[in-house]
Design a protein around this ligand. Structure first.
Ligand code: G4P
Length: 530
């Protein structure tokens, strides 16, 4: 096996998805503990400070102390090289959050055991489902009072539509949390507060067959466990690697990230069950990193003005095949030109470091002189293929944008187009107005502030934003549709995107359903084509 293939086979690249506060940061920190990146949990600074440090390049972030972008963490564990893609939540939820999922080969879904499936998890899961990537579930905070285990699994199955396969099973929760039963080994991993979760602890195990096992729990718990195991063996889906690979079955684990319980078990199983960097679809068929030796990558995120003095941009790309060497040349397919890939960077917690080499599965940030767009392909292969584009995700907030001073029309258009090209906003037009007034759609409301701020600071253009009540956008998929003939609801608005494709805006999801009912054959999609 060549060194390159050996390096690629070591790689596992995944995103963590969750609703804010479910424990994503805490779990990531524990992963880093096992990866030896930190030797005591809690040493990675508070969430706000850590994130702040990663990307304090933009004043707006400094002001708010939050990050508008996401970062990548890389560490080694048991001869695997792991890339974790962070998906920002809270107010900084944006299209980037979704796009990050396009760069991952699998996802870890963290669920708060007392809350179950929550809104943001639902949204992010949808994108994973669209890509059919494997999704692993970690049900967190078992050291707190939890919902009934069957109910939790039922929620995942019903609300997300994916069958689950519990790999272990919790015994009690909160004050009565005893540990988890490992279904494969027939053993109980006994819960212990490993120095309040600050270090890697040894987990004591006991076989359920061992007469002593009963003494660790009260009679009710013991009987309930016996019953549940029996029920599970009869009723739940069996583990099936192939279904997991296609995102059709989610292995489920229970634990407490804070107490560092169930984390290492999860990591070990997860690494066994996830795949090496996956093949990707291009316009020349499927490109497999195990067969294609040339370098190739696609851009999934562009971050502007990291250094204001230089107005530079960084294009983040996922390497799909081959090996990257700092300063190498590659063909930029969409631009039709050879480019030098300079100033390669990788993020690690609070610092950004220059790198010399990277492999398929890795994420790198490259200096962008303003030539790259989201979805672009770079390759050194003779055959100039382009990877399948990144879909446009449905914005959920809309505003009408007007210039204060109409004399600056040129700068205004340049600015909004540039920002739209970076993917921070989407621009739409009404059918009866010109470009001096546009409709802007965003995934996270913070992007409105970013737009206003950047137009003012970079293009010297003041704008007025008028919020619109729409929350649902649907691209019309039918070719040559007669828009006037669509019989919609009273709250519906017809607009078009910059490519002239017709769209519908709705205030609520009920109206979407109603419009579909009233117009037979109408095909609507939440995802615009790339
Ligand atoms: P997020 O990145 O998904 O938003 O969540 P984060 O890890 O920041 O965790 C949110 C809160 O939940 C934190 O508490 C964290 O300590 C707590 N938490 C995470 N995992 C567990 C767990 O397994 N058990 C319990 N009991 N709590 C957990 P906080 O009070 O908001 O922050 P902090 O002051 O503790 O940092």
């Amino acid at each position: 096996m060549s060194d390159m293939i050996h390096e690629i086979k070591k790689r596992r690249t995944f995103a963590i998805i969750s609703h804010p506060d479910a424990g994503k940061t805490t779990l990531t920190e524990k992963f880093l503990l096992y990866g030896g990146v930190i030797n005591q949990a809690g040493s990675v600074k508070g969430k706000a400070t850590a994130k702040h440090a990663v990307s304090d390049w933009m004043d707006i972030e400094k002001e708010r102390g939050i990050s508008v972008t996401s970062s990548v963490l890389q560490f080694e564990y048991e001869d695997r090289c792991i890339n974790i893609l962070d998906t920002p939540g809270h107010q900084d939820f944006s299209e980037d959050t979704y796009r990050t999922l396009m760069a991952a080969d699998s996802a870890v879904m963290v669920i708060d055991a007392s809350k179950g499936v929550e809104a943001q998890t639902r949204k992010l899961f949808k994108v994973c489902a669209m890509r059919h990537i494997p999704v692993f579930t970690f049900i967190n905070k078992m050291d707190r009072e939890a919902l009934d285990t069957f109910e939790l699994l039922d929620q995942i199955e019903k609300e997300l539509g994916i069958p689950t396969c519990p790999i272990n099973w919790p015994i009690g929760s909160g004050k009565h949390f005893i540990g988890v039963y490992d279904r494969d080994e027939g053993e109980i991993d006994l819960f212990s507060d490993t120095m309040k979760g600050t270090r890697m602890g040894n987990v004591e195990k006991i076989s359920l067959e061992d007469p002593e096992a009963e003494s660790y729990m009260d009679q009710d718990q013991y009987e309930q466990l016996q019953e549940e195991i029996e029920l599970l063996d009869g009723a739940s889906a069996e583990f099936d690697q192939e279904l997991v690979d296609h995102g059709e079955l989610s292995p489920v684990f229970f634990g407490s990230a804070l107490m560092n319980f169930g984390v290492e078990t999860f990591l070990q199983h997860f690494l066994k069950m996830t795949s090496t960097p996956l093949p990707r679809v291009s316009d020349h068929g499927v490109i497999d990193p195990m067969k294609q030796e040339d370098f190739s990558a696609f851009v999934f995120k562009i971050q502007a003005n990291m250094n204001k003095a230089h107005r530079d941009r960084i294009a983040f790309m996922r390497i799909c095949t081959g090996e990257f060497d700092a300063g190498m040349d590659a063909f930029h397919v969409q631009g039709g030109k050879k480019v030098r890939l300079s100033q390669p960077q990788q993020m690690m917690a609070s610092d950004r470091k220059m790198i010399e080499k990277a492999y398929a599965g890795d994420i790198i940030g490259i200096f962008d002189p303003g030539i790259f767009s989201i979805g672009d392909t770079l390759t050194t292969a003779e055959e100039k293929y382009a990877y399948e584009g990144i879909p446009t995700f449905a914005p959920e907030h809309f505003a009408r944008v007007r210039q204060v001073n109409t004399m600056k029309r040129k700068q205004f258009l340049k600015g909004v187009n540039q920002i739209a090209q970076e993917g921070a906003i989407q621009i739409f037009q009404e059918y009866n107005t010109g470009m001096e007034e546009i409709i802007v759609g965003v995934v996270g409301v913070l992007q409105f502030d970013v737009l206003k701020y950047r137009l003012k600071n970079e293009y010297n253009v003041d704008i007025i934003l008028e919020n619109l009540p729409y929350e649902h956008i649907r691209w019309i998929l039918n070719d040559n549709i007669d828009l006037a003939a669509i019989n919609g609801t009273s709250d519906m608005k017809k607009i078009k995107d910059l490519k002239g494709r017709p769209l519908l805006l709705f205030v609520n999801s009920w109206s979407v359903g109603m419009t579909l009912d009233r117009n037979e054959g109408l095909e609507l999609s939440e995802f615009g084509n790339a």
